[in-house]
Ligand binder design. Structure first.
Ligand code: AGP
Length: 607
C-alpha cells in the first residue's frame, strides 16, 4: 500500500527519495510523487501516475534541495491521477504533506474548508490535512501539525515539510507504521525500513499518538499533548542483497527457492530434543500457563488466514485442544466473545495488516491473551501482541506470499508441538514431529529440484479461464491457499473446495475447460480423494494431482507431481510448495507482472 520516504541532511534529497520509493514499490501503488525544499524556500513538486521510474524520469536533473518527502499512493479517496498523487499542498504551496492511511472525517473537513473559501485541488482526504496545518495559526510547524491532527479522525502516518522552515520534517503516526532512520548528520523517515536499507540500519519506531520533529542532526519525539518521549534507536537486520533479485527473474521465484535455507534458519535453536518439544521463549509463557488454555483461536487475513486454518488443524491434531481460524477482518466486527482460557494467535507476514492489528487490540481490550506469528521484526502487530514467534523468513518482496506462509505453517507446527507436549502428546510423538520438522528443509529442496515437472503442469493450466483446487481435511487449507496464489498472479478464476463437497454442487461446472488441481496425500482419505478425482475425469475434467510416491492413480489420466513423505501432520507444509510453482509458471507463461499483481498491495494497512 502507500509508502512514505523523507530525507534531511547534506546530500541532494531527490535521488535518495526516488531510490527509497523504488524500494517500496513492492507494497503496491498507482502513482508517486516527491517534494524537495530548495534553498530559496519554495517546494519543487513532481507527481506522476504509474511507476517510480516514470516519476524519476520526470524529475528535472537540476532539482536541488537537501530536504524532501516522497510518496507512493494506492488510491483510496479519488482515482489514481496526478492531482490526487501525493505530496498535497496548502493553497500557497508552503506546506507539503504525504500521508498513509485514511482520514475518516475527510468529507466533513473538506466541506468545512470549502465553506471557508479554500479551493481544493484534489479529491483526496490528505489535502484537507495540508490546509488545516497551513491555517493552524501556530508559531511552529510542530504545533501546527498537532493542532491539525486534533481535528482529524482516522488512521495516518504523515510526513510534513514547510517551505518557510526548511530545516525539519515533522512526522506523526496513528495506526500506520512510521520509522525514523538515524544517519551521520542526516536523518530519514519511512513507512517501511526497507526504504532506508542503503543508508542506515538504525531506526526508531513511532507509536500511535506520537509525533517527531526530525532535523539533519537529530530528532525529538513527543505526544499530541506536547510531552517529550525518549526513544532509543534499534538495529534492523536487513541487507541490500536481501532486497535484490540475485539472478532470479522475479522475487517470487527467488523467495520460493529461499525456503530450504530460510526454514532451516527458522528452526535453529527452537527444537528441544531433550523434551521432544519446541523452545518458544518469545511466547513469554510458563508451561503451566500454556497448559491452562482450553481453546485456540487463530486470526489472520487472506493467505495468512488459510495458513491459520492449517495451523488450527495442526494444533487440534497434536495438542487435542479445540482450535479454529477466522478472518481477522470479520472477527473484529462481530462483537466476538473473548474468553480468558482461549489462546488467541494473530498471524501476519507484514505485521501491519490493519484488520489483524485491530482484532488484536479488540481482544486485548476485553482481557484476552494474544500471541503473534509475525515475520517483520518490530512491526505493529509484533509489538502489540503479548508474546509470539518471529517467523524469520527474511524480507518478502513479492506481493504474492510464499516463503512467509511456509514459515507460518512451521511456526504453527512449533506452537502445536509445544502445546501438545504440555497436554497429551507423548515424548515419542514429540520426537517424531521434531524429526519431521528437521527433514523439511531437505524435502523442500527435493521438491524444488523437480521444478521443471511442476513448471510444465503449471504452463498447461495457464490457458484455463477457471480452475478448481480440491483437498480434504488437512488438504483443504492447502487447496485454499493454492487457489489464492493462482488467482493473485494469473488473474484466472480459481476456487477451492473440499473434495467431499463436489457432489453437492460444484461438480456441475466440470468440463474439459475447467481443470482441477487435486491435493491427494497418502493418508486415510486417499481412497475417497481418488474417487473424487475419477468423478472429475469421468466428466471430461483435466487433472493435476499432487501426491506421494506409491499412491496408485490406476487409469486416472492426470499430470502427476510427487512430493516426499513427512509425518502426516506436517505433510500439508510440503504439499503447498508445488502449488507455489504451479501458480508462478502459469503466470510466467501468461506474461503477467508476477511480483506486482494489479490491485493488490503487499501490506494492507487500511481497513
Ligand atoms: C498473500 O499472497 C496475499 N498477498 C495476502 O492474502 C496476504 O496474505 C494478506 O493480505 C495478509 O497479509 P499479512 O500476512 O501481511 O498480514
Amino acid at each position: 500500500m502507500c509508502g512514505i520516504v523523507g530525507y534531511i541532511g547534506a546530500q541532494q534529497a531527490a535521488p535518495i527519495l526516488l531510490e527509497g520509493l523504488a524500494r517500496l514499490e513492492y507494497r503496491g501503488y498507482d502513482s508517486a510523487g516527491i517534494a524537495v525544499l530548495g534553498a530559496r524556500g519554495a517546494a519543487k513538486v513532481v507527481r506522476r501516475v504509474g511507476r517510480v521510474h516514470a516519476l524519476a524520469a520526470a524529475v528535472p536533473a537540476k532539482t536541488s534541495g537537501r530536504v524532501g518527502i516522497g510518496h507512493t499512493r494506492w488510491a483510496t479517496h479519488g482515482v489514481p491521477s496526478e492531482t490526487n498523487a501525493h505530496p498535497h499542498a496548502s493553497a500557497d504551496g508552503r506546506i507539503q504533506v504525504v500521508h498513509n492511511g485514511i482520514i475518516d472525517n475527510a468529507a466533513a473537513l473538506r466541506a468545512r474548508l470549502t465553506a471557508e473559501g479554500v479551493e481544493l485541488a484534489s479529491e483526496t482526504d490528505t489535502e484537507a490535512l495540508a490546509h488545516l496545518i497551513a491555517r493552524a495559526n501556530e508559531d511552529t510547524l510542530e504545533a501546527a501539525v498537532v493542532a491539525a491532527l486534533a481535528q482529524v479522525t482516522g488512521t495516518y502516518a504523515i510526513a510534513v515539510v514547510d517551505a518557510a522552515t526548511p530545516d525539519r520534517i515533522v512526522v506523526a503516526r496513528n495506526g500506520s507504521p512510521l520509522v525514523i532512520g538515524v544517519g551521520e548528520r542526516e536523518m530519514f523517515v519511512a513507512s517501511d525500513a526497507a526504504a532506508l536499507v542503503r543508508h542506515t540500519s538504525s531506526v526508531v519506531h513511532l507509536e500511535d499518538g506520537e509525533l517527531a520533529s526530525v532535523t539533519a542532526t537529530g530528532f525529538r519525539t513527543f505526544t499530541r499533548e506536547h510531552e517529550d518521549v525518549a526513544k532509543t534507536p534499534t538495529t534492523v537486520e536487513l541487507t541490500v542483497e536481501e532486497l535484490e533479485l540475485a539472478g532470479h527473474e522475479h522475487f517470487m521465484h527467488k523467495e520460493i527457492h529461499e525456503q530450504p535455507s530460510s526454514v532451516e534458519r527458522m528452526l535453529g535453536g527452537r527444537l528441544d530434543d531433550r523434551f521432544g518439544s519446541a523452545r518458544l521463549d518469545g511466547l513469554r509463557m510458563e508451561l503451566r500457563e500454556l497448559r491452562g488454555f482450553r481453546r485456540v483461536k487463530v486470526l489472520g487475513c487472506g493467505s495468512a488466514y488459510y495458513v491459520g486454518q492449517l495451523g488450527a488443524g495442526l494444533i487440534e491434531d497434536l495438542a487435542r485442544v479445540p482450535a479454529d481460524a477466522e478472518p481477522a477482518s470479520e472477527f473484529r466486527y462481530r462483537n466476538p466473545v473473548i474468553e480468558p482460557d482461549t489462546l488467541y494467535v494473530a498471524v501476519s507476514q507484514s505485521g501491519e495488516t490493519a484488520d489483524t492489528l485491530f482484532a488484536v487490540r479488540e481482544i486485548q481490550r476485553k482481557g484476552g491473551r494474544v500471541v503473534g506469528l509475525v515475520n517483520v521484526v518490530g512491526s505493529s502487530i509484533a509489538r502489540q501482541c503479548d508474546g509470539g514467534i518471529y517467523l524469520h523468513a527474511g524480507p518478502e518482496v513479492s506481493v504474492a506470499s510464499t516463503k512467509a506462509l511456509t514459515h507460518m505453517s512451521v511456526g504453527f507446527a512449533l506452537l502445536a508441538l509445544a502445546l501438545g507436549r504440555v497436554h497429551d502428546l507423548s515424548h515419542a510423538d514429540g520426537a517424531r514431529i521434531l524429526a519431521g520438522l528437521q527433514a523439511l528443509p531437505g524435502q523442500i529442496a527435493e521438491i524444488l529440484a523437480d521444478e521443471e515437472t511442476i513448471a510444465e503442469a503449471g504452463r498447461r493450466l495457464a490457458d484455463a479461464r477457471s480452475l478448481f483446487f480440491i483437498g480434504r481435511v488437512r488438504g483443504f487449507p492447502v487447496a485454499r491457499e493454492a487457489a489464492q496464489k493462482f488467482k493473485e498472479i494469473t488473474y484466472r478464476h480459481a476456487e477451492a473446495y473440499p473434495s467431499s463437497e463436489l457432489k453437492h454442487g460444484p461438480l456441475a461446472l466440470i468440463d474439459a475447460d475447467l481443470p482441477t488441481v487435486a491435493i491427494i496425500p497418502d493418508d486415510g482419505l486417499v481412497g475417497r480423494n481418488l474417487a473424487a478425482a475419477h468423478e472429475i475425469r469421468a466428466r471430461g475434467g483435466r487433472l493435476t494431482v499432487i501426491t506421494h510416491p506409491g499412491v496408485d492413480l490406476g487409469d486416472l489420466e492426470a499430470d502427476r507431481i510427487d512430493i516426499p513423505r513427512n509425518e502426516p501432520e506436517l505433510d500439508p507444509i510440503l504439499l503447498t510448495i508445488p502449488t507455489q510453482l504451479l501458480a508462478y509458471h502459469a503466470a510466467r507463461a501468461l506474461g503477467e507482472d508476477i511480483d506486482r499483481p494489479r490491485n493488490l498491495a503487499k501490506s494492507v494497512t487500511v481497513e
